[in-house]
Design a protein around this ligand. Structure first.
Ligand code: NAD
Ligand code: ZN
Length: 341
């Protein structure tokens, strides 16, 4: 079968002769409908963050059950499903709570398909346990694939701050790409706060406004923080969601976050933050959330089925993977690219 494989730092190859896996026990073989192309792949490829192993890329996966192992119950051939991405041990307390994204054993093992283990940029994908599949009913797997990360990650990040996102508060979204464009829709749907978006091109700022941002600011403007504080007034932002995570965006976040606010760094842009007692208002919580839980993925599917969120999708075939990664590097993908076998 065809697959997009990671061989090491800056070495991705499309091959045609990978053996089609055979499921056993609780394993499930999926026929892939779509695999989303996430910026995290670029961190792996360009920074070589995974070493010493070769695997199929793609951690945002959806498709149809093709074949089940002898112990699988509740799934049959043809069922449309999403693959929950962060694969935990399945037994520790966080995993029992469905928070496999915070599995106690995360530091001991490769933690998901496309992230050290074989993912979904291929004709078929072997999922190690039926526990990791979530039915999507009538949703199309091609369109639904990015729900597993581009929607789940912002959903989980927003949910932890939801009690602070009242109608008289301000929330700032930095980076209106794959994750950020869904974050804006989730915020519009789930809270009454005024939404301010930041990105670096006029096109992205217009895109943000079309998705519910009341204001859109170019974060490369020297006075971006001042422009935002002019909107919020003295209270500043209650929540900042940074989907870039560069030093410059973290720095912007520290300037615009208000007292008792949440400064949430989702992006893995390698930014640095130096704690300074007087550099942050009192009561600020800084956090770096990772992905979301299995049950939160079910909630995200609920939002998609009700058409309360939609992912802006660009469709490509597997042979175009390298070209798509280049486009993503250059900031030329609007919303999310999905590879279709
Ligand atoms: P993307 O490339 O689709 O979008 C990034 C967006 O940020 C683009 O619109 C780009 O124009 C904008 N941007 C770049 N520099 C900026 C700046 N200085 N100020 C404002 N905007 C800027 O990326 P994505 O797939 O949405 O991923 C975003 C980040 O989140 C990546 O670092 C990715 O690795 C990370 N991520 C983290 C998790 C997690 O669980 N923590 C999960 C998925 C992705
Ligand atoms: Zn991702």
């Amino acid at each position: 079968m065809k697959a997009v494989r990671y061989y090491g730092h800056k070495d991705v190859r499309i091959i045609n002769d990978l053996e089609k896996p055979k499921p056993s026990g609780d394993e499930v073989l999926l026929k892939i409908g779509g695999a989303g192309v996430c910026h995290s792949d670029l961190h792996i490829i360009d920074e070589g963050t995974v070493v010493g192993t070769t695997f199929t890329l793609g951690h945002e996966n959806a498709g149809w059950v093709e074949e089940v192992g002898q112990d699988v119950k509740g799934f049959k051939k043809g069922d449309a499903v999403l693959v929950y991405g962060p694969w935990g041990c399945g037994h520790c307390k966080p995993c029992q709570h469905s928070n496999e994204n915070y599995c106690d054993h995360q530091s001991e093992q490769a933690y998901g398909g496309g992230l050290g283990l074989n993912g979904g940029m291929a004709d078929y994908m072997l999922v190690p346990s039926s526990r990791l599949l979530v039915p999507i009913h009538d949703l199309d797997p091609v369109i639904a694939a990015p729900l597993t990360d581009a929607a789940l990650t912002p959903y989980s990040a927003i949910k932890r701050s939801l009690h602070k996102l009242m109608p008289d508060e301000y929330v700032v979204v930095i980076g209106v790409g794959g994750l950020g464009h869904v974050a804006l829709q989730i915020l519009s749907e789930m809270c009454g706060s005024t939404i301010i978006a930041c990105d670096i091109t006029p096109e992205r700022l217009e895109f943000a406004k079309s998705l519910g941002a009341a204001h859109a600011i170019n974060s490369t403007d020297k006075n971006a923080a001042e422009q935002i504080k002019k909107i919020t007034g003295i209270k500043k932002a209650k929540v900042v969601l940074d989907f870039v995570g560069a030093t410059s965006t973290i720095d912007l976040g520290t300037k615009i976050i208000g007292l008792d606010g949440d400064l949430t760094i989702v992006g893995l842009g390698g930014g640095k933050f130096e704690y300074n007692m007087n550099g942050l208002p009192f009561g600020v919580s800084m956090t770096n959330p990772y992905w979301g839980s299995r049950t939160e993925l079910m909630e995200v599917i609920g939002l998609a089925i009700q058409k309360k969120i939609h992912i802006e999708i660009e469709k490509y075939n597997l042979d175009q993977a390298l070209e798509v990664y280049d486009k993503l590097r250059q900031g030329k993908i609007k919303g999310r690219a999905v590879l279709i076998p």
